[in-house]
Design a protein around this ligand. Structure first.
Ligand SMILES: C[S@@+](CC[C@H](N)C(=O)[O-])C[C@H]1O[C@@H](n2cnc3c(N)ncnc32)[C@H](O)[C@@H]1O
Length: 324
């Protein structure tokens, strides 16, 4: 764990170690991930308005819900911490007219995003940089909005992540933190040094992993001058998402093994997906979306919406949209 007062050599070593470890997962060929993810290559929990939604529909729902929670507006500058293959930065740029910058530790992912951005003529309205979150060096109050989806699981020091985010976000700016946590029971055992074989394997699969409990995430946010506006537990949605990934991975077995990925790696992913489904079913793994505002101390609070109406997907309305 990166401690306050760590020397700059320690920090550089840690950043190098984490970047290499995490990239070992994400630098696998994008064609392999395309073998189980939806068309937008979102590698995170989708959102189901009903259980019969397809993965592709649920991915669209998640992007729309995320944009709604962030109240995205045309011309805004968005930072996506851990942007993956760019699902949300493309969505924000193309559907909402934002300028979106993503950061990732994976060279493969950044190259993928920048190539697609060029092909779609987006120029610098959607781009990805290879930057470790601890190394972010944007000017103070630079971004209108910040999002991080499925990436905090790779970060050991959330206080550092959120205090840096707070610094580069405009006053009253919104940040959406979407990520997995552990229930306190499991986290407490881990803090006491009780490790499980499964836990160790999960860390290895993802290169590195630091699942916290929800209150630890909230604590780090509050200590970084964020006010939590809303929390939604989306664990069930992640279970449904991974069930669909697993189905797709199995359907595409023939076209993947030996052509895109070796059999051992393929089977490792199968086992992990099955394990994740059990983790969600048995409450060992949870998933959350936390919406926050950067507090502008001493100033009048903005007149925020009185109800949650603007940050939910209404089943009735969305079904009507689907029909038309
Ligand atoms: C599970 S993927 C999620 C990607 C994307 N947000 C999505 O929803 O598809 C996690 C992402 O976090 C990035 N990441 C992990 N650790 C990071 C770090 N320390 N700094 C910056 N990005 C990081 C990875 O490179 C990857 O792009």
């Amino acid at each position: 764990m990166l401690e306050v007062g760590s020397s700059s050599t320690d920090i550089r070593d840690l950043i190098r170690f984490q970047s290499e470890a995490v990239s070992s997962h994400y630098d696998l060929p994008p064609k392999f991930f395309a073998g189980f993810l939806g068309p937008r290559m979102a590698y995170s929990c989708a959102y189901f308005i009903d259980e019969n939604d397809t993965l592709d529909e649920a991915e669209e729902n998640k992007l729309l819900l995320t944009a709604k929670k962030l109240d995205l507006r045309e011309g805004e500058l968005l930072l996506d911490i851990g942007c993956g293959w760019g699902s949300f930065i493309f969505y924000a740029a193309e559907k909402f007219g934002c300028r979106a910058i993503g950061i990732t530790v994976s060279e493969e992912q950044a190259a993928f995003v920048n190539r697609i951005s060029e092909e779609r003529g987006l120029g610098d309205r959607a781009r990805a940089d290879v930057v470790h979150v601890y190394d972010m060096s944007y000017p103070a109050r630079y971004f209108d909005k910040i999002v991080t989806i499925g990436a905090i699981e790779h970060m050991d020091n959330l206080h550092l992540v959120f205090s840096k985010s707070s610094e580069i976000l405009k006053d009253d700016g919104l940040m959406l933190v979407h990520g997995m946590t552990k229930p306190w029971h499991d986290r407490e055992e881990e803090l006491q040094g009780i490790t499980s074989e499964v836990g160790e394997l999960v860390k290895e699969h993802f290169g590195i992993g630091y699942w916290k409990s929800l209150w630890e995430v909230m604590e780090a946010l509050e200590k970084s001058d964020f006010e939590v506006l809303d929390h939604e537990n989306i664990t069930r949605h992640y279970q449904l998402t991974v069930e669909r990934w697993l189905e797709r991975l199995q359907e595409n077995e023939e076209s993947l093994i030996g052509k895109v990925i070796d059999e051992e790696k393929y089977r490792e992913f199968l086992v992990f997906m099955a394990g994740y489904i059990v983790g969600f079913e048995t409450s060992h793994t949870l998933c959350n979306q936390i919406l926050c505002r950067k507090i502008n101390y001493g100033e009048i609070r903005p007149a925020l919406p009185l109800t949650r109406e603007n940050i939910i997907l209404s089943p009735r309305k969305e079904r009507l949209c689907k029909k038309n």
